[in-house]
Design a protein around this ligand. Sequence first.
Ligand SMILES: [Mg+2]
Length: 429
Amino acid sequence: MFVSDHRREPAAEPGGTPSAGPDSARSGRTRIVARAEASILHADLDSFYASVEQRDDPRLRGRPVIVGGGVVLAASYEAKARGVRTPMNGARALRLCPDAVVVPPRMSAYAEASKAVFEVFRDTTPVVEGISIDEAFLDVGGLRRIAGEPVDIAHALRVAVREQVGLPISVGIARTKFLAKVASAVAKPDGLRLVPPEGELDFLHPLAVERLWGVGEVTAAKLRDRGITRIGQLAQHGEAGLRPILGPAAARHLFALSMARDPRRVETGRRRRSIGAQRALGRRSREPEEIEAYLHGLTDRLGRRLRDAGRVCRTVVLRMRFDDFSRVTRSHTMPEASDHTETILRAARVLLATAMPMIQERGLTLVGLALTNLDDADAVQLTLPLEPRATATLDATLDDLRRRFGSAAVTRAALITRGEGLSVPLLPD
Ligand SMILES: [Mg+2]
């Protein structure tokens, strides 16, 4: 039986405390249970439905847009600036903003946009906790070695959502979910806000008490009666001082939040089932060779991530987005699980060749690749290839070079494939 010779040991995760839970005992992989660094992202699309409408109809851009008739389901920032809120009676909204363009909701368009945004989320980090159709928490702790600082990851995420889905998204970064969510709200519209661990109270205390989870109109009124309008004032009262105003449970909850304490972790409830990467191409038409070169680059990156994670895949998915923002995927399931770049590339090239007529007809604006049907490398007996692993050795060598000199150091401009055999890596042009 052949056993893979380039399996990775789990790397220590920076900024976190590795701990062996039941799952990690089985898989031999470390898990984060606590962290001291700001590495939780809260990503939230801005005025989601209204932004999709403005994206799809250029005449709506820069104008106040209201989605929904009887009740306002969403309002563009131009309408919000005039006092329109969700949910609000439609007639009242039009009195506030008579020149608003009212459009009916197109739920299928929003669902498709949401799916595309979540693909970007999952391409960013394996740990994504969806909150609603347009927002999620992402844990990027431990990705520093691969993807950089959390603030850089957040910046790249915003660019990717803008380029690949055409929508604005705001991101907050903090040590806790609560602070990350407040930070994204403060960053809106179309912004990024980092709350460093040493700056949490400075960030939080000047804000209105309504920013705290659990403070609605009734609680805010009770607090206002006591002269408490800012989170810092609430913190000064202490838990004991808040108890007669709010009752014991709310006092404990809100005092903890006012001191930036929120121990919840990002939870996905399951191990990652796929990894992906994509590349926006813009609207210029591309030669088939150029598209194939991008596909090679994506395959290269994903193969490396797969091997770094000690995992193998069976299914290769080609994702395409066309000029009209419609999206199509094509997939191929291989007879054996693999972590070889060359094997994955072969499947990806077949999918691309099959899709080429469609690409030429509809204009490709994004090409993506996802690897699914993932399994742990050590849970699968790798049966391919039994012969000396020329390509596996090549993969391992490239992985090692990148690890030592950084991922940009050995970027393959393209792979030149000789028949179906060995690939030759090229250094950048
Ligand atoms: Mg939102």
